[in-house]
Design a protein around this ligand. Structure first.
Ligand code: ZN
Ligand code: MN
Length: 479
């Protein structure tokens, strides 16, 4: 049987998180709002209404261009893409056709097996979103709240060769968008939408096969499943002696199935022409510089720095750079703690991220501060508290919002390293357990651990276990 290689290109639509829409001052994010309440003559395409370009949209698109090293067009244009559809009240979409804000560039990402992949970007352009339609029985309803919401459409080159690579690309893009703070990138809310072009060709051939386009993939898991299904379908077709036809396929998330929408008609004639009501988008050097200044250190760079400068293992560096806020929290905690960064990383990954998982809160909703984390680790280092208490403190701070040092004081969580107190308890334990004491003295030395455990339990975990062991060894020898 022939071996095949898959070739995949992705088209993503990214909803920018501006306050207002692309060309009018209606609120951009109307998630959950009553239908048709965030609209005006401009975004509903009324004749005579005059749009103007939202600078925040240009700025955010520019940040994405910079982050992927795209070539920036200092002068780009808006065009009308004409087609009739119920959710497009003006009969055209304002988009960028031949002269878009960004061209080229690439996104690098790491696969789970450590392999580095570079996916080149073909083009990046700004455009407005359309409305939403839904069927209720025989009636088709239209909600125009989404009309005119600013989008960036980003199209990759056919550089991806498996469903896993496509899913990882999208994960990385979502991370980047949130990191830059330009989109919420929530796929369930359609802030990030993905269409995939999939083709297969024999392994030794340089020619690409006919591609099919999968529309409407709305989660990263669905990207993986839908692309794998489509690759398998195409291989089945060819092995059965049939040809691949250029189809548009829809992914149905409810039934987890691919459904043929239509065969490829001749390319639609959108009769593009320059949008006459909008000025060209001119980016001045000053504006570009001001946007460059707003650019944060990018995740891939920060990950490298965590490895090379902070001495973290690659795994830790990846986990701690999944979100910008997490990596900021970690780095600030390191600065305050001013010791072994790997130790901070362990507490961060095992305790802080655990609390975030368990409570479902984000970094900004955490009650535990950078200072609190550093304080807790320091108290453990100085044996003011033991490790278990330290871990519990992370939860207690999150629950109460009280500072860890105060909690230790209020609840008497401090380790007792006072010899006399530990000696009293230890003596009591030894004398009330004569059988175990004799066994120990007759050579069953492993029992020392049991004795330490008894003392710790009696002192509700607050004894310094090393000190307790030292005293117990002494007492048991004397007997
Ligand atoms: Zn409007
Ligand atoms: Mn588009």
């Amino acid at each position: 049987m022939m071996e095949y290689i898959a070739t995949i290109g992705l088209e993503t639509h990214i909803q920018l998180n501006t306050n207002t829409k692309a060309f009018c001052s209606c609120k951009a994010d109307s998630w959950g709002d009553v239908p048709n309440t965030n609209i005006c003559p401009i975004c509903t395409g009324q004749p005579g209404a005059l749009p103007s370009t939202n600078q925040a949209m240009v700025e955010k698109a520019l940040m994405l261009c910079l982050a992927i090293n795209a070539d920036i067009n200092m002068d780009s244009f808006f065009d009308r893409k004409n087609y009739m559809y119920a959710d497009l009240p003006g009969g055209y979409q304002v988009t960028q056709n031949d002269r878009s804000i960004g061209r080229g560039g690439y996104l690098d990402f790491l696969m789970d097996d450590g392999r580095e992949v570079r996916c080149h970007i073909h083009n990046l352009h700004m455009e407005e979103d359309a409305g939403k339609t839904k069927n209720e029985g025989d009636i088709r309803l239209i909600d125009m709240n989404r009309c005119g919401v600013p989008l960036v459409e980003m199209v990759t080159m056919p550089d991806l060769h498996s469903a896993d690579e496509a899913a990882t690309y999208l994960t990385r893009l979502r991370q980047l968008l949130r990191w830059l703070g330009i989109s919420e990138a929530n796929m369930e809310r359609a802030h990030l939408r993905c269409d995939a072009n999939v083709s297969i060709s024999p392994k030794e051939s340089n020619e690409l096969g006919k591609k099919c386009e999968i529309k409407n993939i709305n989660s990263i898991e669905a990207v993986r499943t839908a692309i794998n299904f489509e690759i398998e379908r195409q291989i089945r077709e060819i092995n059965a002696g049939r040809k691949i036809e250029q189809w548009t396929i829809e992914w149905d998330n409810d039934t987890q199935e691919l459904r043929k929408m239509r065969s490829k008609e001749t390319a639609a004639d959108y009769r593009y022409f320059r949008e006459p009501n909008l000025m060209p988008v001119h980016i001045s050097e000053e504006f570009l510089e001001s946007v460059k200044l707003k650019m944060p250190e990018l995740p891939i760079r920060r990950r490298e720095r965590f490895i090379n400068e902070l001495g973290l293992p690659a795994y830790d560096a990846s986990v701690l750079t999944t979100e910008r806020e997490i990596s900021d929290f970690f780095e600030n905690a390191c600065k305050i703690y001013n010791g072994d960064n790997k130790r901070v990383s362990n507490w961060m990954m095992n305790e802080v991220l655990r609390v975030m998982n368990e409570t479902g809160c984000t970094v900004s909703e955490l009650k535990i501060t950078v200072r609190d984390l550093a304080d807790i680790i320091q108290m453990v280092d100085q044996k003011t508290i033991n490790t278990t208490t330290g871990k519990n403190l992370v939860d207690m701070v999150q629950k109460t919002g009280k500072r860890p040092k105060l909690l230790v004081e209020e609840q008497g969580l401090g380790l007792v390293s006072d010899d006399a107190a530990i000696r009293d308890i230890s003596a009591k334990i030894v004398s009330s357990n004569p059988k175990e004491a004799t066994s120990y003295q007759n050579g069953k030395e492993s029992l020392i651990g049991w004795f330490v455990g008894q003392v710790m339990r009696e002192m509700r975990g607050k004894a310094d276990p090393e000190k307790a062991k030292e005293i117990l060894l002494e007492l048991l020898k004397k007997n």
